[in-house]
Design a protein around this ligand. Sequence first.
Ligand code: GLA
Length: 397
Amino acid sequence: MPRPCYFRLPLLGLLCFLLAPIPRAASAQEVDNRALTPPMGWNSWNKFGCDVSDQLIRETADAMVSSGMQEAGYAYVVIDDCWQVDRDSEGNIVIDAERFPFGMKALADYVHSKGLKFGIYSDAGLATCQGRPGSRGYEFQDARQYAEWGVDYLKYDWCNTSTQDAPASYTLMRQALDASGRSIVFSICEWGSNKPWLWAPGIGHLWRTTGDIQNCWDCRREWGGMGFVHILDLQDGLESYAGPGHWNDPDMLEVGNDGLTITESRAHFSLWALLASPLMAGNDLRSMQPEIVDILTNKEVIAVNQDVLGRQGRKVRDDGDLEVWAKDLHDGSRAVVLFNRSAEERQMEVRWPEIGYTNSMDALVRDLWKHEDLGTFQGAYSAAVPSHGVVMLKITP
Ligand code: GLA
């Protein structure tokens, strides 16, 4: 109960004004612990595009459990674009009834019954990137609808936004989600166009930093899509903007989509883990080869991604095709990725001073793909790294 102020008595009024506590906006973290570590899950887009359905989502939820992915930490099952076809006369969003005959509530209930969380997609503009109805002008109505269905995660795209202001548009939907009364993770997808790392913390829990990832090592599409190494290059320098509750998002994983070799897939997954990136699988979980399951469920690599300190890894050395990346972990140890982009196997080295240790320090080195302690080393550790591959280490003084 605020203290009464005596504004009729000028001196007392002034005293009251000076002594009253200054109202302080609650920081994002105080009110919101929805994504204290990077969200993990699956999204339909990379593999299925518009070919989404109730059956696909149910089978994917089943596979997330039976493959061991749920146990490894994956939680969100997210339907991307194309589930929506229209609005009714009252402005309610209309679901594609052929593909989702039981409605979204029943589907969300099914996903929840597996102990998983349910996510959906919309767009801040008049239409989504595939021309389906966007949420512009319907933000509060849509958010209320999502909450009624039991949605836990919203990916919000940026197509057909004309001259809309990005921070204002995303703030509006964030307010609508908050007003819906349901706790919903908010994934901002405006491709880094408006430098979201500068304004999105406190609005979204994650924000895309680039155009769309493509299922390839280093291809580039005319419209802006690109292979994973180009996306990686664009993350360098963004590390200070990420932290618990607010993550840079270099886009969903292409592991298991056959455009990358197993060695490249391991590199992609290791680097996304080191970047504290959201780990959203983008492949068909119902038909994974054992090597793909091994990559997606490597618990030691996932532990690096989910480390409670919430630091994003950074590039500590760039020798052309040979790059050393490192991430501080909560116990004072470091995760290190030696990444060889060249066409031949190369010997690579991480030196202690570049990860914040002194040369004279003894440190235990563990290989996170071999699941093997390699011994105690002083000053540096070197290893042969395959072409287009990584060696991923945990170094503990
Ligand atoms: C944009 C997004 C993608 C995907 C598609 C769907 O391109 O960046 O991740 O959501 O739209 O149309």
